[in-house]
Design a binder for this molecule. Structure first.
Ligand code: ASP
Length: 423
């Protein structure tokens, strides 16, 4: 675990330096070499473009297999929990509800702050943007969730269909238990492979980020700076609202516990999640803290916390909600009310499919963009600053798991409030 922490911090610094280096290089090129055909053709539209887009393609390569395996494993774990009955259903209910609330908060913050306004992406856009969306009726949209041919859905990256099929497979794996142990193991191991692959691709992030940011800034100069800061601020504000507002109201209403005391007790776990950007690594510490400082029995937390670290990523879905609004504004695309509902649905599903390791939220973002026809190139825009946001959203991800777990324990009648009151 410690190793993960060290590696993560090392990579974080690298990405941060790449971001700064890319921005400075881009701005210098904008002011001093904007007219040079050589710089434009060979550097900006050559090296920066190829390396940057290559990195995005590597990330896109991960999406389908990563979401597919991670969801099968997640659904298999949920199916397993049938013994836990009521607790399982309540936990999943709270997890889904808080994620939907999170996306709604994010969309609202994004539409109030309007981070993408003033960033004219058409200025540096040389790749083809997404094909204009054909308008499909609501009935068709509903029907389209069911895959006619799951293999075709996988091949074409139809994420909603992939998700539906993966969920069904996972539930059946859990139902048939020992009879299908080999297939379950296969998907678990394939999931491990995909996580490892994600780590490998992420190791290239400093180079990818440098090229993407340098290209963006070489086309826009300082104009790119303010929208990017606004985007960052929007995500951080939405995360703060979710963590200190939504969660604490839910905690107070459902359990009567003091939100400030709860946050104080959770602070070390949140800091750990922040520094590693990995929900998964935080599982043991979260379970321990809930038992020793909050009064949640391990019988509940040992099931709900790992499940939450796999399927409940409220912080991640907040970043995705704000990113959708930001990129839509930057590309001048208007989002209809149906688009917004689609984003709430897909970002909630993406949160289920996001593995609790660094940067995966950025990978599943492609599927949210896809669902409303936003160009995936938009991801390149926010990739450079994502590392810092990844740290913040991971802290929110694990806090959401802890809050829901505490509420469920309270409803189960097993929350030891004496432990919570102790200093
Ligand atoms: N780093 C996040 C987590 O582990 C996932 C993500 O949003 O990339 O919770």
């Amino acid at each position: 675990m410690e190793e993960t922490g060290k590696k993560t911090i090392g990579l974080t610094t690298q990405i941060f330096l790449a971001l700064l280096g890319g921005a400075v290089t881009g701005i210098l090129l904008y002011f001093f070499a904007g007219e040079s055909a050589f710089v434009q053709d060979v550097l900006v539209d050559g090296v920066f473009y190829v390396v940057g887009q290559g990195f995005i393609r590597l990330m896109q390569m991960l999406v389908v297999p990563l979401v597919f395996c991670s969801l099968i494993c997640g659904a298999a774990a949920i199916g397993d929990s049938q013994a836990l009955g009521k607790i399982g259903v309540r936990t999943i209910g709270f997890y889904l509800a808080t994620t939907m609330l999170a996306v709604a908060v994010a969309l609202t913050v994004g539409m109030v702050i309007r981070p993408g306004l003033g960033l004219d992406m058409s200025a540096i856009q040389t790749v083809e943007t997404a094909a204009p969306k054909e308008k499909v009726s609501f009935a068709e949209t509903l029907l389209n969730i069911i895959p006619q041919n799951p293999i075709a859905s996988l091949a074409q990256g139809e994420m909603l269909q992939v998700i539906v099929f993966a969920l069904i497979v996972g539930v059946i794996l859990a139902k048939l238990q020992d009879k299908v142990q080999m297939v379950t193991n296969f998907f678990q191991q394939f999931n491990d492979i995909m996580m490892e692959m994600t780590m490998m691709v992420m190791a290239l992030a400093p180079v990818g980020v440098f090229c993407l940011i340098a290209r963006t800034f070489s086309g826009l100069g300082f104009d790119a700076m303010i929208p990017m800061f606004k985007y960052m601020a929007s995500v951080l504000i939405a995360l703060a609202l979710q963590c200190c507002g939504v969660y604490q109201i839910l905690l107070k209403v459902f359990t009567g516990l003091s939100p400030v005391r709860f946050l104080k007790k959770m602070a070390p776990v949140m800091s750990f999640a922040f520094s590693t950007a990995t929900s998964t690594a935080t599982i043991p510490m979260n379970i321990d803290t809930l038992e020793e400082k909050v009064g949640v029995s391990r019988r509940i937390s040992s099931f709900t916390i790992p499940l939450g670290a796999t399927i409940n990523m409220d912080g991640t879905s907040i970043m995705q909600g704000v990113a959708v609004v930001f990129v839509a504004q930057a590309f001048g695309i208007t989002l209809t009310p149906v688009d917004l509902l689609t984003v709430i649905a897909t970002a909630t599903l993406a949160s289920i499919g996001t593995a609790g390791i660094p940067s995966v939220g950025l990978v599943t973002l492609a599927m949210v963009f896809d669902s409303v026809g936003l160009p995936t190139e938009g991801i390149g825009l926010i990739m450079g600053i994502d590392r810092i946001l990844d740290m913040a959203r991971t802290a929110v991800n694990i806090t959401g798991d802890a809050v829901c777990t505490t509420i469920v324990a309270h409803q189960d009648g097993t929350l030891d409030k004496e432990v919570f009151r102790r200093d």
